[in-house]
Design a binder for this molecule. Structure first.
Ligand code: GDP
Ligand code: IMO
Ligand code: MG
Length: 432
């Protein structure tokens, strides 16, 4: 069995949670390697809907080990609530099936306060973040003033680290952003309690994963966000602050890149984006509204309406190239039923010239003109299709077009949110 990285191939919310939940059946360990509770991964099992923010989407299978890697940033209060909610719903989430890296960084109250204050004052340069403190916590990690889980669970270390950083952070928060300062004693007392509760989960994740690999176990690395939100290769500065591509899996968990066998990209049959930033295939007006309504496109984390647009095969090709995507799982094909015509973006024009590569600045991306191919739509409800031949011919042609333009073959096509609403096309789970 191969070690697989699963990533979002667009701007997030592609349906990573549901695909990871599905294929976690075939692996031993599922590990999140970046992002934090800016993620919202939805899994539907029968009538039950579960949204995970920090926890890997393998956690709903009690016989799998779920791991949070060092590259993830953790809001301890939110994580503890998530764990307790799962336990209340009848799932296991104890130290036997959930492990958390002692090197993961902790989202502190000043991170959230800084994120929110910036977003409220930024005006035109607003990113449209989730307000969870993600940018500020990764900044502190790189600036070497972060708090790790290892500090959180050791009161002396927590106190030392906080004394080192709080004055500086409070000064920035109050003097630059006009916010309120964070009180040391209150924060220390609250956060050391979270540390006590999380202590039993904390471990050396790199050792755990490498030992498991030596024993022949296989690992699924679960990405959050998406390729176009990656801090290096996304539509900067309208990105998140971590390496959301497949490359983040190694530094985010402490295993060598050579252990990764294959990369599965998840993409919706159309495109969505939450927050600000360029979106070449965005559909405005009634048609965009129709797509949002049909797809239930409202954020799983913030509830914000998602911006909707046509499938961008040019961007997908770029995502495949950067991340070594060797197969794609297409989700939400059912949502496209009822559209007379469906457009696919096959290239970009900038100042009248067709581009040969994806623009490196948002400035250029704002100005490009998408080149579309127009496909025939279909009217039928396709949610009961379980093999490709049960799809209308127009839907099959549409899928063939996506394969042709992106140059990547399809692994699955899903036609509804629950586990069984899926069509398998190609097997990727045999090691070469
Ligand atoms: P993630 O962040 O990539 O895990 O995706 P989200 O959970 O934020 O958003 C995906 C949404 O689409 C969720 O509400 C899923 O339940 C839903 N979904 C996933 N696959 C399908 C599908 O094939 N059809 C439909 N109709 N909904 C789907
Ligand atoms: P999942 O894992 C969609 C977006 C935010 C904003 C930008 C930066 O569910 O696909 P941040 O709070 O990370 O600093 O916000 O990134 N964003 C997401 N969009 N899905 C996500 O996660 C996202 N996580 C962050 O809307 O535009
Ligand atoms: Mg999501």
């Amino acid at each position: 069995m191969p070690n697989v990285v699963v990533i979002g191939a667009q701007w997030g919310d592609e349906g990573k949670g549901r695909i990871v939940d599905l294929i976690s059946e075939k692996v031993d360990i599922v590990v999140r390697y970046q992002g934090g509770n800016n993620a919202g991964h939805t899994i539907v099992i029968g009538e039950e809907k579960i949204v995970l923010h920090h926890l890997p989407s393998g956690i709903l299978r009690n016989d799998k080990i779920s791991v949070i890697g060092n590259g993830v940033v953790i809001d301890p209060k939110v994580l503890l609530q998530e764990i307790n909610d799962l336990i209340d719903a009848g799932y296991d989430a104890d130290e036997n099936n959930l492990r958390i890296s002692d090197r993961a960084h902790v989202i502190m109250p000043y991170h959230r306060a800084i994120d929110l204050a910036r977003e409220s004052t930024n005006g035109k340069s607003k990113i449209g973040t989730t307000g969870r403190g993600i940018g500020p916590v990764y900044e502190d990690k790189a600036a070497r003033r972060g708090i790790k889980i290892a500090d959180l669970i050791d009161p002396d270390s927590l106190s030392d680290r906080l004394k080192n950083v709080l004055d500086e952070r409070n000064s920035y928060l109050t003097k630059v952003l006009g916010g309120d300062p964070i009180n040391f004693d209150e924060m220390f007392s609250e956060y050391s309690k979270y540390g006590e509760e999380l202590k039993k989960y904390s471990c050396d994740v790199s050792k755990l994963l490498n030992d498991s690999i030596s024993q022949g176990k296989n690992i699924l690395f679960e990405g959050a966000q998406g390729a176009l939100l990656d801090v290096d290769f996304g539509t900067y500065p309208y990105v998140t602050s971590s390496s959301a591509g497949s490359g983040g899996a190694s530094p985010g968990t402490g295993v060598s890149p050579t252990t990764i066998d294959t990369v599965l990209g998840i993409a919706k049959a159309y495109t969505t984006r939450v927050g600000e930033g360029p979106f070449p295939t965005e559909i405005s007006g009634e048609l965009g509204e129709k797509l949002r309504k049909a797809g239930g496109e409202f954020g799983a984390t913030t509830g914000r309406p998602r911006r909707c647009g046509w499938f961008d095969a040019f961007a997908m090709k770029y995502a495949a190239q950067i991340n070594g995507i060797s197969s794609i799982a297409i989700t939400k094909l059912d949502v496209l039923s009822g559209f007379d015509k469906i457009k696919v973006c096959v290239g970009y024009k900038y100042k009248g010239e067709e581009l040969s590569s994806f623009p490196s600045t948002s400035h250029v991306l704002e100005e490009i003109e998408p080149i579309y191919e127009v496909m025939e739509g279909w009217q039928e409800d396709i949610s009961d299709a379980r093999v490709i031949s049960e799809l209308p011919i127009q839907a099959r042609k549409y899928l063939e077009k996506l394969e042709e333009i992106t140059g990547v073959s399809l692994y699955t096509v899903s036609v509804g949110p629950s586990r069984e609403k899926i069509i398998f096309l190609n097997e990727i789970f045999h090691k070469t």
